[in-house]
Design a binder for this molecule. Structure first.
Ligand code: PLP
Length: 365
């Protein structure tokens, strides 16, 4: 069986270094807010090209904390609207609604699956305060039009960069283009910890200071609380693992591109729609997502022949039970995409032989 993602094999590449990192933290006797986090924050802000990087507990918290900080700073308030792609993982939407802000959905581009910037202006109201753009599947979602709209309407641009570590647009790394960005280091992400972890990147000093306090009970000085904060810290042991894995991210990205290019060059089946790539450097292939009108049979066929595939994502946020009040909304493209997408195995450790088997199977479906 070719599994969708072999995390054990991925981390086995760095086994000794990861074990050394764990031992270093265990022996240090210091497990939160220490040297490993400080080093990781420096390394990650250098990697992204931002002034600040703040480690937090996970990717959802990174996004929640950005909105919470804007509310604390008086830049947003409960009831304000945030534009978000209808076609995204639920976490993007939860980060908005959790802060009492209203998610306003916009359809994606049919071919890139990312926010369609030509559809943004029609939903802007006097209460619109931000766009949360999602670099879905690892591909940059920002374009000149989106930046111009933010400028014209004075909107904050927030990046959901959970899937796009290291993707580049106009010479800038994802997470350094908008006003702030949330990153996830969930184990299956391109830069994955061995547990939960996340980060906020920004060039805005005031925002960074606010989030630094908010992630730690609203406190910058022990037992003095300036905000009603959260406990959302990045553990030393996870920061130590991330310090190891960040050294290999560029290599991992090129391996992912090798896999993606193999699929793009060799899958030849009119039943299968391949993803559109805007530029080589703009995509880091967190997921390789194809579309099939006959998805149920396609997945069954792959499974029977020893290849695991997964759907990202089966139910769009506005159709989830937790958003009952939105269930009657209709987004044609988003719903079509959700009905047809299938993710093929992709990772830096997928072998040529495995790829060859997968492609041959697809071509004879
Ligand atoms: C994974 C993910 C998140 C949330 O990250 P966690 O670390 O799992 O909390 C947010 N947005 C997108 C698009 C994601 O893929």
């Amino acid at each position: 069986m070719i599994s969708f993602l072999d995390l054990k094999k991925i981390n086995a590449q760095y086994e000794q270094e990861l074990k050394n990192a764990a031992i270093r933290v265990i022996d240090s006797g210091w497990y939160l807010m220490g040297k490993e986090l400080e080093t990781f924050e420096q390394n990650y802000s250098t990697f992204c090209g931002t002034k600040y990087s703040l480690g937090v507990a996970n990717g959802l918290d990174a996004l929640r904390l950005i909105f919470k900080a804007y509310i604390e700073l008086g830049i947003m308030k409960v009831g304000d609207e945030v534009i978000v792609p209808a076609n995204t993982y639920i976490a993007s939407v939860l980060a908005i609604s959790d802060n009492g802000l209203i998610p306003v959905f916009v359809e994606p581009n049919r071919n890139t699956y990312n926010l369609d910037s030509s559809k943004i202006e029609s939903v802007i109201t006097s209460r619109t305060k931000a766009i949360l753009t999602v670099h879905l599947y690892g591909q940059n979602s920002i374009d000149d039009k989106m930046l111009a709209i933010c400028e014209k309407h004075q909107l904050k641009l927030i990046e959901d960069s959970a899937q796009s570590h290291g993707a580049v647009w106009n010479g800038k790394v994802m997470g350094s283009i908008g006003d702030a960005a949330g990153h996830s280091f969930y184990p299956g992400k391109n830069l994955g910890a061995l547990g939960d972890a996340g980060a906020v990147t920004t060039n805005d000093e005031t925002l960074a200071k606010t989030i630094e306090a908010l992630r730690n009970y609203g406190s910058l000085k022990k037992y003095e609380n300036i905000y009603q904060g959260l406990n959302s810290r990045l553990d030393e042991i996870q920061a130590a693992f991330l310090n190891v894995k960040l050294n290999y991210i560029e290599k991992d990205i090129s391996e992912r591109r090798r896999v993606a290019n193999y699929y793009l060059d060799n899958i030849k089946n009119p039943e299968i729609i391949l993803p559109e790539v805007l530029s080589e450097e703009g995509h880091v292939w967190h997921l390789f997502v194809i579309r099939s009108k006959d998805r149920v049979n396609f997945q069954k066929y792959m499974e029977t022949n020893g290849v695991q595939t997964i759907i990202h994502y089966p139910i769009p946020p506005h159709k989830q039970k937790c958003y009952k009040e939105m269930n009657s909304m209709y987004f044609e493209l988003t719903e079509q995409i959700h009905n047809e997408v299938v993710s093929l195995p992709i990772s830096p450790v997928l072998t040529e032989a495995e790829l060859c088997k997968i492609v041959n199977l697809i071509n004879s479906f």
